[in-house]
Design a protein around this ligand. Structure first.
Ligand SMILES: [Mg+2]
Length: 304
């Protein structure tokens, strides 16, 4: 559009200016400006606009309720029961924290963003600007965007079903603790019921001052018998997929190997994943095709 406007301006220019423009005739016309396109545009439209994404989320939430109900039936007072929270890794063996119904109420732990609630407004704003994540803008969104959050398909029905079974939903999010009231209000408005900061709502820095969720998971496991966890990032379930014991960040291949290896038995049984191709550690730093397509799988058409 901007290229078209400049041509109209040249035709209507005074003679002197027209001569000057004529002297520049050999210069190729400037290309019309192209609006920047967000690398996350397609992932954003798929997540919020496709039946496929909606049904994947529905599938996970339905499986969650089925599995949580059957786990609840297997709980006994006074007996050691494996929760959905990892205690430690011994070689390639995962040990889960145990709980006792005599002391702990049953619960399911949920992440919030892109797990229970879609941040359409913030993600569309970012995609339109073709910009990266802006912490200040996100902080503003947490304060102002609660009324615009949209429940992920299947999420409200699942939380309601769990509450009817006597299972407490506990929310573990990296939203700011300074905005606890706004987040609790947004959850209630969406239909997820009450969330009490420090009891059923845990936010960034709670428990151990960290943005990683392990300390909060431990604090929750000391209060509840956690039947299942639900999230859209590996860090919603365990830190060990993203980070080695010495703090080194795992590569994308290492993350996949761990998720599908030592933790394999938990997916679909104790851990339930909601699709989010828009953002996450899987793409930080952004992956290239060479990172994900091995040499042995690359294809170039043969010459005809
Ligand atoms: Mg999330």
């Amino acid at each position: 559009m901007r290229g078209g406007s400049s041509w109209r301006g040249a035709r209507g220019a005074p003679l002197g200016l027209a001569l000057l423009l004529g002297a520049c005739a050999a210069t190729p016309p400037a290309r019309p400006a192209v609006a920047p396109v967000s690398p996350a545009l397609q992932a954003t439209t798929w997540t919020y606009g496709s039946a496929e994404a909606a049904m994947l989320a529905e599938t996970s939430f339905r499986a969650l309720v089925d599995k949580a109900e059957s786990r609840l039936g297997a709980l006994h007072f006074g007996s050691g029961f494996e929760s959905a929270i990892v205690r430690d890794l011994e070689g390639d063996k995962v040990r889960l924290r145990e709980c006792d119904l005599s002391f702990h109420r049953p619960a399911v732990v949920f992440d919030i963003d892109e797990t229970l609630a879609w941040n359409m407004g913030a993600q569309a704003d970012q995609a339109r600007r073709a910009a990266g994540f802006d912490p200040r803008r996100w902080d503003q969104w947490e304060r102002e965007g609660g009324e615009l959050l949209v429940a992920v398909p299947g999420a409200v029905a699942a939380v309601e079903a769990l509450r009817r079974l006597g299972i407490t939903p506990v929310f573990n999010s990296n939203r700011s603790a300074a905005h606890a009231a706004e987040t609790a209000r947004a959850l209630a408005r969406l239909g997820f019921g009450a969330a009490v900061h420090g009891e059923t709502l845990w936010l960034a820095g709670d428990a151990d001052g960290s943005s990683r969720k392990h300390g909060r998971r431990v604090a929750i496991a000391e209060r509840y018998c956690v039947l299942a966890q639900v999230g859209d990032q590996m860090g919603d379930f365990v830190d060990a997929i993203d980070f080695a014991p010495d703090g080194r960040r795992h590569s994308p291949a290492e993350r996949t190997r761990m998720a599908a290896g030592v933790f394999a038995r938990l997916w679909g049984e104790r851990w339930f994943l909601i699709p989010n191709p828009i953002y996450g550690r899987w793409n930080d730093p952004p992956l290239s095709l060479d990172d994900v397509v091995p040499e042995s799988a690359r294809w170039t058409p043969k010459e005809e």
